[in-house]
Design a protein around this ligand. Structure first.
Ligand code: B12
Ligand code: SF4
Ligand code: SF4
Length: 428
């Protein structure tokens, strides 16, 4: 019989920084019922914003995900590096979790390794071991199970804090039919501290541990696909362009216990720590052409249907009137004569300039792929996700990726990307 200690030793050998086990009893425990109630109350208040996929019955009962499951093996992967964001308005802020390689991939690869090892180990011992693994890729409450498995506690800032690494950890889990010896749930250690609640610029932490996505900068810069941000958010972005780390940066646990990660893939791409607007101009035509070639390789252009979206984010200083004026002038520019263009362009340049986030949604045979173009960090992130995100773990369809290209999942690009990408898709 595969023992809990062997599983934990293997998880650490694979490179996870923390591992713990929670038991799945025949009926939901009191803790599960309480967390289900908390999730339902969160949904009832509309705190999920546009993330309709959060309202999935499977999320409240792990038994619906895998009826045979008897244990949840929870893991944490430390992603902290000691880099500092430079001060200055010329830099956009990207949260730490997005500095290095896409964490879903890094986590998923290791979880798969653990799951395959479990199956092989079971086979060697004459046991049929079933597994399902998740790296923020399915309807399972990562934080709740991490606390049950003793990795850390769900803290007032809405993240799980570990004693050894603070909250700079990604969470993942392997469900298995093995009944492994469970760990004790972690106790909470926020005490009387309320720093994160006070530091949040948009008052998104409505009560300890309860984050309203409608007010959260992280939601608006990662998930929200609406054309315009609510004014209350746009005026309080504080330079964040992808995620937000304020409520983690102020946490004393993070300030005292963060440790540099040994995961090479999480070392930041330099332009992610300090993305500069003016660097856009320094990339060469050849680099763009190379980008487009890569894009064409990644996507089977002949079969995918593309839909292009553009989200505008205004700087804090832009008044409503200036925003309206900018949009009006931009509209007049379309199809303008050279004379009119020369007249309007300087006027536009005097106004506060917004940032554009471009998203391409691609569909083929019910599959979807989203390509995000972040002009501020001049990168493209290709995300492959199943149409029914809630139903099964995210599968990266490797048949669509050349193994070498798969390795370059972040690709430099410049302002011309918009036109180049549009041109590529016009050929669809
Ligand atoms: C939806 C989601 C979001 C939403 C909502 C955030 C939230 N806190 O729920 C948005 C888009 C805003 C978001 C942002 C971020 N996210 Co997110 N997100 C998720 C996701 C997919 C689901 C979380 C969820 O179920 N929320 C719904 C609410 C109801 O659940 P809950 O917060 O667990 O609710 C608990 C508390 O209310 C608690 N509770 C009840 N009563 C009380 C009382 C007290 C005193 C306390 C303290 C708690 C408490 O019990 C509830 C049930 O467990 C998870 C992945 C997953 N599958 O779990 C990642 C996840 C939580 N996100 C993650 C990350 C990294 C982030 C960001 C840090 C990214 C960034 N830098 O910008 C921010 C942090 C924002 C924040 N302050 O929470 C990581 C967190 C890792 C960690 N160490 O905990 C996760 C676990 C992904 C992963 N697998 O690594 N995220
Ligand atoms: S991530 Fe930022 S906006 Fe969201 S709760 Fe934390 S501090 Fe507030
Ligand atoms: S800042 Fe204080 S209250 Fe907030 S998560 Fe950290 S310890 Fe808990």
């Amino acid at each position: 019989m595969v023992e809990a200690e062997e599983v934990k030793a293997k998880a650490l050998e694979i490179g996870f920084h923390r591992v713990g086990i929670a038991a799945i009893s025949a009926q939901p425990t009191g803790a599960e019922r309480a967390t289900r109630g908390a999730l339902q109350a969160w949904l009832a208040q509309g705190f999920q914003a546009d993330m309709a996929w959060m309202d999935n019955p499977k999320r409240t009962d792990v038994r619906r995900l895998m009826p045979e499951a008897r244990s949840v093996i929870c893991v944490a992967l430390n992603y902290y590096t000691p880099h500092r964001r430079p001060a200055g308005e010329q830099y956009g802020k990207i949260s730490r979790y997005g500095w290095g390689r896409d964490y879903h991939r890094v986590l998923q690869k290791r979880l798969k390794q653990l799951a395959l090892w479990l199956q092989a180990e079971g086979q060697a011992q004459g046991e049929l071991v079933q597994t399902r693994y998740y790296a923020d890729t399915g309807p399972i409450q990562d934080k709740f199970w991490a606390q049950q498995a003793g990795l850390g506690w769900v803290a007032k800032n809405g993240n799980v804090i570990t004693r050894d690494y603070g909250s700079w950890v990604f969470l993942g889990e392997v469900l298995t039919n093995l009944a492994l010896a469970p760990d004790a749930p972690h106790t909470a250690h926020c005490g009387t501290c309320t720093r994160c609640l006070e530091a949040c610029p948009t008052e998104a932490i409505r009560a300890p541990g309860v984050v309203d996505a409608n007010r959260c900068i992280a939601y608006h810069t990662i998930e929200n696909r609406a054309e315009r941000l609510p004014t209350a958010i746009a005026q309080n972005l504080h330079g964040w362009v992808a995620g937000c780390d304020i409520c983690q940066d102020v946490c004393p646990w993070n300030q005292r216990f963060a440790q540099e990660t040994d995961v090479e893939a999480f070392q930041p791409y330099p332009q992610n720590v300090a993305p500069r607007l003016d660097a856009l101009a320094t990339l060469t035509e050849a680099e763009w052409n190379q980008y487009i070639e890569l894009l064409a390789d990644i996507i089977d252009v002949s079969n995918w249907k593309g839909q292009y979206e553009d989200k505008i984010v205004w700087p804090d200083s832009a008044t409503e009137a200036q925003q309206q004026q900018y949009l009006k002038l931009q509209q007049q520019l379309e199809g303008a004569s050279p004379e009119l263009y020369d007249r309007l362009q300087p006027e536009i340049e005097q106004l506060p300039q917004p940032t554009h986030f471009y998203t391409l949604r691609l569909t083929k045979d019910g599959q979807q792929r989203r390509i995000e173009v972040w002009p501020l960090c001049y990168q493209v992130c290709c995300t492959n996700y199943s149409t029914d995100r809630s139903d099964r773990p995210l599968e990266v369809d490797t048949s669509l990726f050349d193994p070498e290209i798969n390795d370059i999942d972040w690709i430099k690009l410049d302002e011309k990307a918009k036109q180049l990408v549009e041109r590529a898709f016009a050929q669809l």
